[in-house]
Design a protein around this ligand. Structure first.
Ligand code: 5RP
Length: 290
């Protein structure tokens, strides 16, 4: 594998344990100001230090992430449809590889919509993106987006993941499902899973644990982290599974412990000098003293 490509992949998938914790904050590209991501900077800043990479669009990268902070970027380069538009699957590549290089992206991400009206367009675009990105040693992450009327079962997801890998995607992102091992088995490149809609914290931790146990390389999680009332404890708990050895129970205990610590720290009053304390006279030099 080309050195640059290998080096960039190692920014996304940690070579020490072969695991990845990607924080997804790209939702606005078709959902607009998603709940709790209305102000991306405010959402991203407190939690970004606990992930390995950030998945976002160039607009959010430029406006809401400090360029001096050394975080690997997975740049979403597909778009062109919205949640209220005619068809979500009608996506094109909307950000150039040249721009991705300017933004120092470690990987590019785009969606393919297998089985949808625009299946052909999105799969061809994936092949083209891989051709171009590989010229510069940039890996491509294919997102197997699932349309409204499609199931998220192992048969469908295996098909979508395998097609993405066959076009040359270096990493595939999909959903966790029953018999997920089958999806992993038939996909020759690493698979990471999306978190999906907000779940109770313990369920989201169970999703993470089961996906890793069944062969996922990691997670690209968004809403289940930043829509939590406690995003920092939540990302730390997710991390303790992805990069650690925690069980669901242990990760959930850690989550609760961190929530309590945060609560206690907030309730402690910060030290303030007592301005009204007149009993102590300020030190004054005795001018008469010889
Ligand atoms: C949308 C995406 C999102 O990044 C993905 O769904 C991950 O976020 P979440 O965990 O909130 O599902 O690729 O197409």
């Amino acid at each position: 594998m080309d050195w640059g490509l290998k080096n960039r992949i190692s920014k996304i998938i940690n070579p020490l344990d072969n695991r990845a914790l990607m924080l997804a904050v790209d939702h606005g590209y078709f959902l607009g100001p998603t709940e709790k991501l209305e102000n991306p900077q405010k959402t991203i800043k407190p939690i970004m230090r606990y992930c390995d990479s950030l998945m976002l669009t160039r607009g959010v990268q430029r406006t809401s992430v400090d360029a001096a902070y050394p975080i690997p970027i997975v740049l979403r380069v597909s778009g062109g449809s919205s949640i209220i538009g005619e068809d979500l699957s009608n996506e094109q590549i909307i950000t150039s590889v040249k721009e991705a290089i300017r933004l120092n992206a470690s990987a590019l991400a785009m969606s393919i919509f297998v089985g949808s009206k625009y299946e052909h367009q999105t799969i061809v675009n994936l092949g083209r993106l891989v051709n171009e990105a590989e010229e510069y040693g940039i890996p491509v992450l294919a997102v197997t987006a699932v349309g409204k009327d499609m199931g998220k079962d192992a048969r469908y997801l295996s098909l979508a993941c395998r097609i993405a890998a066959e076009q040359g995607a270096h990493i595939v992102k999909t959903y966790y499902c029953e018999n997920f091992e089958k999806v992993v088995e038939s996909c020759p490149v690493p698979i990471i899973i999306a978190g999906g809609k907000k779940l109770p914290e313990k369920d989201a931790l169970a999703l993470t644990y089961n996906a890793i146990k069944d062969g996922a390389t990691g997670v690209d999680m968004g809403r289940n982290i930043w829509q939590s009332d406690n995003p920092v404890p939540m990302i730390k708990a997710v991390r303790s599974i992805v990069h650690g050895t925690n069980s669901v129970e242990q990760a959930y205990t850690l989550y609760n412990k961190l929530c309590n610590e945060t609560k206690n720290n907030k309730s402690k009053k910060p030290f303030q000098p007592n301005k009204n304390n007149k009993s102590k006279k300020p030190f004054q030099q005795n001018k008469n003293k010889k």
